[in-house]
Design a protein around this ligand. Sequence first.
Ligand code: GDP
Ligand code: MG
Length: 597
Amino acid sequence: MKQENIRNFCIIAHIDHGKSTLADRLLEYTQTVSGRNMQAQVLDNMDLERERGITIKSHAIQMTFHFEGEDYTLNLIDTPGHVDFSYEVSRSIMACEGALLIVDSSQGIEAQTISNLYLAIGNDLEIIPVLNKIDLPHSMPEEVSDEIIDLIGCEREEIIPASGKEGTGVDKILEAIIKKVPPPKGDKEKELQALIFDSEFNPFRGVEVIFRVVNGTINKGDKVKFMATGKEYLADEIGVLKLDQEPRKMIEAGDVGYLISGIKQAKEVKVGDTITHVNKPSESPIAGFEDVKPMVFAGIYPVETSEFEDLREAMEKLQLNDAALVWEPETSAALGFGFRCGFLGMLHMEIIQERLEREFDMTVITTVPSVQFKAHLKKGEPVDVQAPAEMPEPITIDHVEEPFVKAQIITKSDFVGPVISLCIDKRGILKNQNYLTSDRVEMTFELPLAEIVFDFFDRLKTISRGYASLDYELIGFQQSNMVKLDILLNGEKVDALSAIVHRDKAYDWGKRLCEKLRELLPRQMFEIAIQAAIGAKIIARETVKAMRKNVTAKCYGGDITRKRKLLEKQKKGKKRMRQVGRVEIPQEAFMAVLKLD
Ligand code: GDP
Ligand code: MG
């Protein structure tokens, strides 16, 4: 394929504005996927993605399209829209020259429309605006076009009206991709530089590396080197990504492909690394990606302590597939050996937990999530605190800083009041307010990250009846009056239940957390005292009464199958429990702090 006939583009949008559905139509129109293999959101091939109806990972696929007497290769990358996964978007963007910016014509511009657009503009991508879902009766093409023109400064005629559902506008979109997106610039005669922008672990074939050749040519059988790790491999198999992998003899500058070379160790591949030739290496790697910054930290522990090594292996494999996941071993007095993990947000954390269980058959407990604090000591270097257990003794601390974010909220003007109250309750400050139309407002707040990563978005949705979107970015650390709140069960501190909270909220938290734990801890043959403490000072207390009789007694001693069923049920319920001292703690207890209001 001639380089001037290659187009690399991604699809960006706010969540649910129809990226994956439009991708389906492009694949059909170009006959990349035929009738028999077609299913809705065909690129969302992970079970979890299909069930939840969301895109979690970016997906690359190659299409061939005949246009005005020429054959074109179009490499499409579908991207996730949720704020937790903007890192996936930024990687995809680096492998493209153009972006389809999709806006739902019944919703208008939302928070991730703007943040993803800025990522694309920052990388000099050609933007093709698409007004989607025009089939909907409550579609507002005029108003939403005004918003788009206002946002990107394009002409009205440049906006392509489309319906991913009905296939309207697909021909216009393909034409615009060919006419407006520039072909890749690289030189295929130069030394090889291929950017790794994704990777996947296949249990049978080892690590599959997804790359974009920026300069040079890679051939099957070449001896290649990954520049950051210095490791050398034989390119056993290279090829392009259609619905399935299609092996090729060579891949030239400008194109996207995959590489399989029997890499067994997940750690060996670093997304953002550059592949070059061993014999004729490039002098420098491609300027890579920024390292991912995890926002939320939590411990992950096996329910069965004997499964620690299995869990380590699972984490290594998962990390290969998810460059945003970071982790290191950790020990908890209560839970034993496990891992401290960094996540992009709560959805990311939930997904990691679910993938560990589904794809690796692990049963795990995750501990109370926390953001990273900085403790400045009276003497010595400041300490990064990613878990409450790492907080130094109060007496040694001079002051504590916590991370703050700039948050963009877009909502209907009716909900401005409630949104501001919510943000103030969360220790936020309103910085700016901007009317997108007479009826829709964009507000900017500064907020502590700790107040928004957990249940903020759910509350925002509730108070705005669904009409609010949120995007945020870290802006740095600021001093805050934080304290460590400990939980004691029968007088024993359970480190995995500690949390770091603002002093003004600590008493209230302690009280409500004890109440919540009283509901969640199963009754046992003895009484359980639940206490909340700041340092040595007890600030709240609740009691779980002892159970008087054996549970099976409920079955009147008669029906044996019923008895067995009950025991079975108990056993299942036990799966996600950890014994700490004599007390059994269910998974929900570790998440209780997130559901206090
Ligand atoms: P994504 O999150 O941007 O990938 O969005 P999806 O493609 O998963 O679509 C979100 C929802 O909108 C799904 O329920 C789709 O069926 C629906 N949808 C997508 N495109 C259209 C469209 O053009 N018209 C209508 N009426 N619904 C659409
Ligand atoms: Mg999608």
